[in-house]
Each structure stands twice: as C-alpha cells, then as structure tokens.
Design a protein around this ligand. Structure first.
Ligand code: GDP
Length: 301
C-alpha cells in the first residue's frame, strides 16, 4: 500500500504514457520500440539500462512471437522486475544477531539523511530494538538540533558534541554510550559536504577507523542517501561517494516527490549497489524496505 501511494506521481505519468503508446501502436515494431525507449528515458531509467531493456524485450518478442502491442505489457513488467532484482542481490540490511549493529549514513546535504535516520530509528524501535543515534554531522548548522528533534519525536537518545567538533570523537562517544545502554542498533549521521572529495574521503575513513577499532567488523552498513528527485545528480553523487568509501547500500528518498521513479532502475543497474530502502514521504512511517516486485506492481497497478 505504501509503495502504491508513494509511487502515485511516477505511476500516473508512466501508465498514462504507456497507455498512449499501446493505443497509438497496435503492433510491436521498430516505431513502437523507439517510443517505448523515449518513455523509459523520460522516466529517468537511464540510457544504458534502457538500451539493455529494449534489446532484451526485442529478443523476447521474437522468442514468444508477440505481434500485438497489448501482449508485450506483461513482458515489460517482468523484465523491469528482473532488472531490479539483478542477480538476486540481497536488499536486506546486514543486521547483527549477537552484537550491536552499526549503520553509517552518508550523502550530501538536503537529500533527507537526517529524516531517514529518524525514520529508521522509529522503525527499529517499533521492532522492539534499543536504538541510539550519533550526531556525526558536526559541520552543517542545525544538523545536530534536527537529529535531536527526531530523537524526541521517536523517543531515541542522541549522542552529540558541539558544532564543529571532530565527528570521529562523536562516534567514539556514541559507541561507549550505546554499549552502556546495551543498544541493538547505532545509527550514525555524517557530514555531507562534497566540495572537496579528498576531505570527504579522509573524514569518512577516520570515522570508519574509529568505529572498527571499537567493533572489529563495524560499520555493518554504509548507506548512501540519495534524493530521487535529483535524477542524474543522484547518479553523480553515488559515483563520488562510491569512490570515497565502500557503500553497501542506497536509501532512495523522496520517491513520492518525483514522476521519474525509473531512477531506481538506473541506480540498481548502472551502479551495482543495491537500493535497500526507499523514502515515500516525510512521516516517520514513510521509510520502506525496497522490494522489486512491489515496486513494479506499484508502477502498473
Ligand atoms: P539532510 O540535509 O540530508 O539531513 O536532509 P533532511 O533530512 O533535512 O531532509 C530535507 C527535506 O527533505 C526535509 O524537508 C524532509 O522532510 C524531506 N524529506 C526527506 N525524506 C523525504 C521523503 O522520502 N519524501 C518527501 N516527500 N520528503 C522527504
């Protein structure tokens, strides 16, 4: 239900254009594919992913001897789901059973990082887990307070130092405090400045070093938060962060705010990093685990 709701804008635009396509082209021919290509690119699916999809669809059409354009609709959704579920890669979070799970969040300012951490704290709490948040974005004015507001909203403690302090020191403190509280999950915010890749890399490395010195195999997840409404910019950010640190998964926020939800496919297919969660609104229940089938279902139904 959440997926269906959150994908309304994308669905309205996509389904509308697909219906026009089927009405205009009754038979599956070169013109049909050209138009389909345009629709998919228009939905931010990404050029190389679209090319792959079109090639695979053409093969299927031959194989199944499809002539009528209506008959290709189920094949399209099938192929889209396949592309999203590539190699059956796990979209689940790497949660630890016998020790505290540490999740590091990275991403540029404004993408919804703080909101995502707050939502995630809420959902873990709902599951009965003990959660602590670390205010590691000591750089952006207001970032610490914003996390504290989420902390109060969802009833989770925030470990902080003053603005401008060393994020690695905040992480160290947070780990000690989370341990003392016997926390199950520690959610760590980081600064999102991207102006200087070398600095970003150094800061993230230092933060990770402090964490792994305390907990050998942590952080267990490094989640890159991307804003779905920024299209190609999100792809560029993903590449930059991918070079700066080992990203284990993506949280794609504001899917509800875009008609171009096809960006999920571009990310999944071109970056080879699994989209693990999606943001479908501003409320605390609006963060959902990503599910390829639900996503495709949400696009068509
Ligand atoms: P940060 O700078 O990355 O920490 O970004 P924030 O968490 O402050 O979020 C920036 C804005 O995006 C806020 O107004 C959030 O409410 C909004 N936002 C975050 N996630 C979502 C989402 O999934 N959907 C919508 N519609 N808005 C979101």
């Amino acid at each position: 239900e959440k997926f269906k709701e959150g994908l309304t804008k994308t669905r309205d635009s996509f389904v509308g254009r697909m219906n026009e396509l089927f009405a205009q082209y009754r038979t599956v021919d070169e013109d049909f594919f050209e138009e389909l290509e345009e629709i998919l690119i228009g939905a931010d699916v990404g050029v190389s992913t679209v090319m792959e999809l079109i090639d695979e669809l053409k093969d299927e059409v031959k194989l199944r001897n499809i002539k009528d354009s209506k008959d290709i609709a189920p094949v399209i959704s099938e192929k889209l789901a396949e592309k999203l579920d590539k190699s059956g890669e796990d979209t689940k979070l790497n949660m630890q059973d016998n020790q505290m799970t540490v999740i590091l969040f990275v991403g540029v300012n404004g993408v919804g990082k703080t909101t995502t951490i707050g939502k995630m704290a809420h959902s873990f709490k709902q599951e009965g887990k003990r959660v602590v948040m670390a205010a590691g974005d000591t750089f952006r004015a207001g970032a610490i307070e914003q996390l504290e507001i989420w902390g109060e909203r969802v009833g989770v403690d925030v470990v902080k130092q003053q603005e401008g302090s060393d994020p690695a020191a905040v992480m160290y403190d947070a780990i000690q405090s989370a341990r003392a509280k016997k926390a199950d999950v520690l959610l760590c915010d980081t600064a999102g400045r991207l102006q200087n890749k070398v600095n970003l890399m150094k800061e993230l490395e230092k933060v990770k070093r402090v964490i792994s010195r305390e907990i050998p195999n942590a952080p267990h997840e490094v989640l890159l938060v991307l804003d779905a409404t920024t299209g190609q910019n999100a792809m560029t950010q993903a590449k930059t962060f991918g070079e700066a640190t080992d990203v284990t998964g993506i949280v794609l926020t504001k899917l509800d705010g875009t008609a171009k939800g096809g960006i999920v496919l571009a990310i999944r297919n071109e970056l080879n990093i699994p989209v693990k969660l999606v943001g479908l609104g501003e409320g605390m229940d609006d963060l959902q685990p990503f599910d390829a089938d639900q996503f495709v279902y949400g696009l068509f139904k």
